[in-house]
Ligand binder design. Structure first.
Ligand code: GAF
Length: 385
């Protein structure tokens, strides 16, 4: 978490409103493995990171009037609690008003408040800045209005804001990781039972490194919802609640009743769930080579079966195959741009970064960005020093 960011947000709130706010830090997330499995009631292995959203929030004494300031964008939005509707192409506004409206729909009483927020998660990088914003708002509202929501209730509210206002039918992974993260740990979540297990992450001579393609292809949201529908159609045909209850054998039994494309999507999810479980086992036995292999296999599946990768992501993953110092890599998050996650030898980070930056620039005539990340605690109150 950046102290400068916290201080800036806090001071901006004071200078805009002349009274003390409560300050919240809500992290973004990485995902080691388990992509597009969450909305299929499957397994995921994410972790909260030290980049995120800082929000300063406080009641303002009115019944209805709310004022939200997006510090980084130098934009603001005023709204009244009784007339909230999704805003077409509303960007960040939908995350704020979406959470507020979902809190009200959940039967909790609010009154007017002010919020200032900003962050250091690179935009469109697939590190869940939207979940971090949503969680910061619901967490802040819970504190200042003493709503007595549990963290589980809060992440469901954040998820409904994403569904109903941002119009992305996301799973629960991002909101979960951002809310429940534990420093230096990844969280294996069973999205069917919502049981989770934390796994200490210590890769010894190796570490995680994110490489951002700095592209976000435009079909992201529609393609995401399309993948979800395809997965649900398989479960429906087999009269199952979700793909989690579908085995490879039962998928094969309907192979001639679904398109080859839909079949591949289902098979990917079934195999990715196994990969998450195998990654946890490999981590527990400190078998980093196996973790790396599983990352590469996950990428293959996302590229060829689930078809959510893109040329830039494939290039970055393929590039790492030229060196023994990278044990594994894959695209991370929803896809069509954003970052790859790499398991790399720490002593080789500088030299490989330089090589990858040059090669990427030569190929795509633009820069990639490289980030070191630390695994952090989930959404919490914070203070300025
Ligand atoms: C996005 C979604 F928000 C998550 O719920 C998850 O489905 C992910 O894409 C893909 O694994 O981040």
């Amino acid at each position: 978490m950046s102290e400068v960011l916290t201080k800036n947000i806090y001071e901006h709130f004071i200078s805009s409103h002349q009274y003390e706010p409560l300050v919240i830090f809500s992290p973004g997330r990485i995902n080691l493995i388990g992509e597009h499995t969450d909305y299929n009631n499957g397994y995921v292995l994410p972790a909260a990171i030290d980049k995120g959203i800082v929000a300063a929030i406080q009641k303002n004494g009115t019944l209805q009037q709310c004022n939200a300031i997006a510090y980084d964008l130098n934009e603001s939005h005023q709204f009244e609690l009784e007339s909230i509707e999704p805003i077409e192409n509303g960007g960040w506004r939908n995350y704020i008003i979406g959470v507020v409206e979902e809190v009200q729909k959940y039967g909790k009483m609010l009154s007017g408040f002010n919020i200032v927020f900003g962050g250091n998660i690179p935009n469109g990088a697939g590190m869940s800045s939207s979940a971090a914003v949503e969680n910061s708002v619901v967490f802040g509202l819970n504190e200042i209005f003493e709503l007595e929501l549990t963290k589980e209730e809060m992440i469901r509210i954040s998820q409904r804001a994403e569904h109903n206002f941002a119009k992305v039918k996301c799973g629960i992974m991002d909101q979960f990781a951002s809310m429940f993260g534990i420093e230096n740990h990844a969280l294996m979540l069973d999205c069917k039972t919502m049981e989770s297990k934390s796994t200490a992450i210590d890769f010894g001579d190796y570490q995680l490194l994110l490489i951002n393609t700095n592209v976000k292809h435009s079909l992201t949201d529609s393609a995401y919802n399309d993948r979800r529908e395809k997965c649900e159609s398989i479960a429906k045909l087999l009269k199952k609640e979700s793909l989690r209850e579908v085995t490879k054998e039962s998928l094969d039994s309907i192979k001639d009743r679904i398109s080859g494309n839909t079949y591949k999507k289902g098979l990917y999810v079934i195999e990715e769930n196994d990969r998450v479980l195998n990654t946890v086992k490999a981590l527990e036995s400190n078998n980093l080579e196996e973790v790396g292999n599983l990352l590469y296999q996950s990428h293959e599946g996302l590229q060829h079966q689930f078809e959510v990768s893109c040329e830039e992501l494939d290039f970055l993953v393929d590039f790492t195959k030229n060196t023994d110092d990278v044990l594994g890599a894959r695209m991370m998050g929803g896809g069509f741009g954003g970052c790859t996650i790499n398991l790399i030898k720490t002593s080789a980070v500088c030299s490989i970064s330089e090589k990858v930056e040059n090669a990427y620039k030569q190929k795509f005539k633009k820069d990639c960005s490289i980030y070191n990340i630390a695994l952090s605690n989930g959404t919490h109150k914070t203070t300025t020093l």
